[in-house]
Design a protein around this ligand. Structure first.
Ligand SMILES: [Zn+2]
Length: 341
């Protein structure tokens, strides 16, 4: 078990707040603060670097607060920082944070043992005349490694033909007259047979899985981008504490209730010549499960402290749904049956 060279894990997460990962303040149309998107499709995403950076920070705080780690601030950053006395502090290069997330010292650098993909939208909530539905498309399901398997054969999820939508078997949605509006877009139902029972979506609430709708690939980005949340905020003058005149600005955000997926590839530190991980007063064996547990100790804070650094404005809380049981192997959906801890 601990001799594997690498191990991929797939995680699902749901936005508890709107999520805003900004591109740096360029104005596009009516929106001042636009969000990061995938270049090819224009679909908003959370960059892997954002997830990794927040995870590292929270894992560091967790390790310090429960006494696993002495750890200096440079370990939290992964590179040298200036201490209070103005002297450089180097990352230790031996603790669970440095080994899991990588580090750069003056004399040595080491790559991360955990690499994070972007978090991409899997199910996107849209208000319709019969209440919220969660929209997805065959391309997105395929990218997430979700396939339909029956009688030992696997097949990709079929695409609805001609601007129609498919309601997978077992979903509890009944659109009147077989039509449904997605924001301003009205589509007709395609009666294709899709069976989501074998999709292996552990951790995603039944309330969401019961309300899934599959739309054509080319309509998915359009439906998302016309149903993003746009919030207006006021610039506050820091001196007077009052609103600056004419300083209204708008934020674009991925709405609450959006379900994402992302993958973390874990590498075995032993194959990089790392045998031990330094703890506060001792050391422990370096293995893949230690790396997985360190990442888990950071991800568990996302639902309280958020990602993207805007939680004080009510943005960014993201609950990882399958932290306890996230043994999904993205290659074959295999369970490894190993309990963590
Ligand atoms: Zn360290």
């Amino acid at each position: 078990m601990n001799n594997e060279i690498y191990k991929p894990k797939k995680y699902f997460a749901i936005a508890l707040d709107p999520i805003h990962i900004g591109t740096g303040g360029y104005r596009i149309g009516r929106v001042d603060n636009t969000i990061v998107r995938e270049p090819a499709t224009g679909i908003p995403k959370i960059p892997g670097t954002t997830i990794e950076g927040n995870c590292r920070n929270y894992a560091f705080l967790d390790a310090k607060s429960d006494g696993r780690l002495e750890g200096n601030l440079a370990c939290a950053k992964g590179k040298k920082v200036k201490g209070d006395d103005g002297k450089d502090i180097q990352p230790c290069g031996e603790c669970e944070i440095c080994i899991t997330f990588g580090y750069t010292k003056d004399d040595k650098s080491m790559q991360a043992m955990a690499s994070f993909s972007d978090a991409r939208i899997l199910f996107f909530p849209v208000a319709t005349m019969i209440g919220p539905v969660w929209v997805t498309c065959p391309m997105v399901l395929k990218d997430a490694g979700i396939r339909e398997s029956n009688n030992d054969s696997e097949k990709e999820i079929p695409e609805p033909v001609g601007n129609k939508f498919i309601i997978p078997n077992g979903c509890k949605i009944q659109p009147p007259e077989e039509k449904l509006n997605f924001g301003w877009l009205l589509l007709e139902k395609d009666n294709k047979d899709i069976n989501p029972e074998t999709w292996n979506l552990k951790g995603i609430p039944k309330d969401i899985l019961n309300r899934i709708v599959i739309v054509p690939d080319d309509l998915f980005p359009q439906i998302i981008n016309s149903n993003l949340e746009v919030r207006t905020s006021v610039s506050i003058d820091p001196l007077t504490g009052t609103a600056e005149e004419g300083a209204l600005f708008t934020y674009e955000a991925i709405p609450r209730g959006t379900v994402f997926w992302f993958e973390v590839i874990y590498q075995n530190p032993k194959y990089f010549g790392i045998d031990k991980i330094k703890t506060k007063d001792n050391e422990k064996d370096a293995n893949i499960n230690e790396i997985i547990n360190t990442v888990k100790s950071g991800l568990k804070y996302f639902e309280f402290l958020g990602v993207g650094g805007m939680s004080s404005r009510g943005f960014g809380r993201l609950k990882v749904l399958n932290l306890e049981t996230s043994n999904n192997n993205i290659e074959n959906g295999e369970e490894d049956g190993k309990s963590e801890e």
